[in-house]
Design a binder for this molecule. Structure first.
Ligand SMILES: Nc1nc2c(ncn2[C@@H]2O[C@H](COP(=O)(O)OP(=O)(O)OP(=O)(O)O)[C@@H](O)[C@H]2O)c(=O)[nH]1
Ligand SMILES: [Mg+2]
Length: 211
């Protein structure tokens, strides 16, 4: 059993004032609406319905917190860049998202998810750039990698890595598929470091649940 499969829903908050104490370590999943954030969390935690997913963009409207243990949490953030949301709602979400990213001290790592077919849109670049400038560790995932055949997938990955280097600096970029579980082991390895489960110098390994 993976450490991440222990995840339990803790709370949903409209803004940072409704989150629990700003202690321990949080790793947040961010990205455009419909990029596959909630699906990725379900895949990582091996739970089908932990985070709510939907075909309709804009499903996740609150900051959703999932507890791994008493000091470690996974965060599912509302998506950005969805045109069909009423302006007022959009403003509210973007405000709570911005506040979370800028003010939450326990945020120790950011996973930015982008559809492999159209990565590094303006808002993605802005977010990754901001994380790099803020010294917040960031992992960029090209989601729904199952949508492309192997050759095209590799080409997109190379292109995205070059784009990341050009626009945002030295950012880790990997492919990910919730459907095929592509990239899960790599994500776990990186999260293990961010959560302080293994030292930086140690090789990336999968942490088993001790129970
Ligand atoms: N083929 C394929 N579809 C995926 C994958 N991941 C997610 N999807 C689909 O993409 C849609 C959006 O997924 P969600 O996980 O709800 O996306 P989200 O980023 O949480 O969206 P918001 O909460 O609206 O911001 C759903 O229909 C998923 O089934 C994947 O790896 N492969
Ligand atoms: Mg979602």
């Amino acid at each position: 059993m993976s450490f991440y499969s222990k995840a339990k829903f803790l709370l949903s908050a409209p803004d940072i004032r409704h989150l629990g104490p700003d202690e321990g370590v949080e790793v947040a999943f961010a990205g455009r609406s419909n990029a596959g954030k909630s699906s990725a969390l379900n895949t990582l935690t091996r739970q089908k319905n932990l985070a709510r997913t939907s075909k309709t963009p804009g499903r996740t409207q609150l900051i959703n917190v999932f507890e791994l243990d008493e000091s470690r949490r996974l965060i599912d953030l509302p998506g950005y860049g969805f045109a069909q949301v009423p302006m007022e709602m959009k403003k509210k979400w973007q405000k709570s998202l911005g506040e979370y990213l800028q003010m939450r001290d326990s945020l120790k790592g950011l996973v930015v998810l982008m559809d492999i077919r159209h990565p590094f849109k303006d808002l993605d670049q802005d977010l990754i750039q901001w994380a790099v400038d803020s010294d917040l560790p960031v992992l960029a995932l090209l989601t729904k990698s199952d949508k492309l055949k192997s050759g095209k997938r590799k080409a997109q990955l190379l292109m995205a890595r070059e784009a990341a280097l050009a626009f945002c600096g030295d950012v880790t970029v990997e492919c990910f598929s919730s459907l095929k579980r592509d990239g899960v082991v790599k994500v776990e390895g990186i999260l293990n470091h961010w959560f302080g489960l293994i030292a930086e110098s140690e090789p990336e390994t999968i942490i088993d649940n001790p129970q």
